[in-house]
Design a protein around this ligand. Structure first.
Ligand SMILES: [Zn+2]
Length: 290
């Protein structure tokens, strides 16, 4: 069925339009859009990692969410902006502009359906900038829309306890945490016998990079032929289940707070790309929007 990792009673497109029209408290109901990617994750992981993790973490949180906290998930965006991995077969990338348009158009649809809180739950490290741009554009257009772009693995979890300093500082792709989470969420797709460690050189400017992560633009092939950037070799399923469990608890709290919070509203006409006229503070020339 289409819901995948999302519990069916929390999957928005399983409702009819009349069901959605009759939902109480739509303005506080949180709509979650998992944002993934289809891109190489080394020889030991499938290309679907970021889509699986974004949906899997949100699905686990929604399973645990108290029934009086109103939230639904949408089907994930499974294609993302993955140009840093396009030297490897299996990477299916959108351009940044295509992803930006997709996010804005889905966001507009969520708003048109009467919802006013949207979480863009990101599973792919190569696209937070695009999600932030989409969120800002939607906020420009609608002063009563709360859009939160946020990495699914950025909330507190057991992940940082499980790894050493080098992994914490330099792992960026297909390393310990992603491998452990995949062992918990989709173990049949993981091939641990092919896992190897591969780190980038420390960036040679202390001023520009105190932890050694590259301060310059990079693509995965810059760091060798495997596509791995980190050390997945010691990851276990138990560690993955511990990360999933702790991350899900953090997301239960975050979703509850997002459902409850009230945020500044801006009533004035706006300046989104679809409508490049509007209110200017202090100006007499208030241009009414069409
Ligand atoms: Zn990934």
């Amino acid at each position: 069925m289409l819901h995948g990792y999302i519990p069916p009673h929390r999957f928005l497109p399983y409702l009819s339009w009349t069901d959605i029209n009759a939902l109480p408290d739509r303005e506080n109901t949180v709509v979650v859009l998992p944002c993934g990617a289809i891109e190489q994750h080394g020889p030991h992981l499938p290309c679907s990692v970021d889509s699986v993790i974004a949906s899997g973490v949100i699905g686990k949180a929604l399973e645990r969410l108290p029934s009086d906290v109103r939230a639904f998930a949408m089907p994930p965006i499974t294609y993302g902006k993955s140009e840093e991995h396009l030297h490897f077969p299996g990477t299916m990338t959108l351009t940044g502009t295509t992803l930006l348009s997709t996010l804005v158009e889905i966001g507009e649809s969520v708003y048109r359906s009467g919802f006013r809180k949207l979480l863009l739950a990101n599973g792919h490290g190569g696209q937070p900038q695009v999600l932030e741009m989409a969120a800002r554009e939607l906020r420009l257009r609608h002063g009563d829309f709360v859009i939160v772009p946020f990495g699914v693995s950025r909330l507190p979890s057991a992940a940082s306890r499980q790894v050493g300093e080098q992994e914490k500082k330099l792992a960026m792709h297909a390393g310990h945490s992603e491998t452990a989470l995949m062992l918990a969420l989709a173990p049949d797709t993981v091939h641990m016998e092919r896992a190897i460690a591969n780190f980038p050189p420390a960036f040679p400017s202390k001023m520009l990079s105190s932890d050694g992560r590259p301060a310059c633009a990079w693509v995965a092939r810059d760091f060798g032929p495997t596509g791995i950037i980190g050390d997945p070799t010691t990851a276990t399923r138990e560690q993955g289940e511990e990360i999933l469990d702790t991350l899900a608890d953090s997301w239960v709290q975050a979703l509850t707070e997002l459902y409850q919070l009230q945020w500044a509203e801006r009533p004035q006409a706006t300046w989104g790309r679809s409508n490049e006229t509007g209110f200017i503070q202090g100006s007499e020339q208030h241009v009414p929007t069409p």
